[in-house]
Design a protein around this ligand. Structure first.
Ligand code: ZN
Length: 227
């Protein structure tokens, strides 16, 4: 019995996926010989159970095979997020376009080039600090320093971590022979923080705005009734 916690990337509905909405299959590629060795493909698909959405999520992974032909799920040689093209969450229109673009691009290249993805996450963060907090300095480090009194200490530390990991792709090491790499999982951590900040800053502000407008309308209505 399948039971997977899943947040639909199209409609953002958190849900538990069960059998009628889940399909996977595994195919060993035992005929061909390549530099990849003995491998196979694992395909996973989910359809969103939300009736208004029902969109397809599709992912494929290449794994090595042991001598019995059994899939080594811990040994992922390649993985491809096919639909949607990346695991990006859908950002609302009130988030500025340049921030959206950097975010989507960071998600799209996460597995292909985690280092470039981290650099884009850093740029995205800078855009958010400048737009949301209206802090504009020539160096991101100075902007983050100014943010220190405005956000929770643990959030601030995470923000500073995005800056320092993003720097790996943005600047060459002084000794150019030193290669510092970024793993896809690490790039995802930065993307996750951007998503959290979008929620905490932009989405929260928008729902505050909405609530205030509704309250104003309510008061106006009551005043009308009194007259
Ligand atoms: Zn959905």
């Amino acid at each position: 019995m399948t039971s997977i916690n899943f947040k639909c990337p199209y409609c953002s509905h958190p849900t538990t996926i069960t059998d009628p909405n889940y399909f996977d299959c595994w195919q060993r590629m035992h005929v061909i010989k390549s530099d990849k060795g003995d491998v196979g493909l694992f395909i996973q698909s989910i359809t969103c159970p939300n009736k208004e959405c029902q969109k397809l999520w599709l992912r494929m992974e290449m794994n090595s095979v042991d001598y019995k032909g059994i899939r080594q799920d811990w040994n992922v040689i390649h993985q491809w997020q096919l639909l949607p093209e990346s695991e990006a969450m859908v950002l609302s229109d009130y988030i500025p376009q340049p921030i959206q673009q950097d975010y989507y691009e960071a998600c799209r290249i996460r597995d292909l080039s985690p280092k470039a993805s981290a650099t884009l996450a850093r740029r995205c963060l800078q855009g958010m600090i400048r737009d949301f907090w209206e802090i504009k300095k020539s160096q991101l480090k100075d902007e983050i320093d100014e943010l220190k009194d405005k956000v929770d200490p643990d959030v601030w530390e995470s923000i500073d971590a995005v800056r320092s990991v993003g720097n790996i792709g943005a600047h060459m090491e002084k000794d150019i022979n030193i290669i510092v790499d970024v793993e896809p999982g690490e790039a995802q951590l930065l993307i996750g923080l951007i998503e959290q900040l979008v929620d905490d800053w932009y989405v929260a502000r928008e729902s505050r705005k909405k609530r205030t407008e509704e309250l104003k309308r309510l008061v106006a209505n009551k005043e009308m009734q009194k007259k």
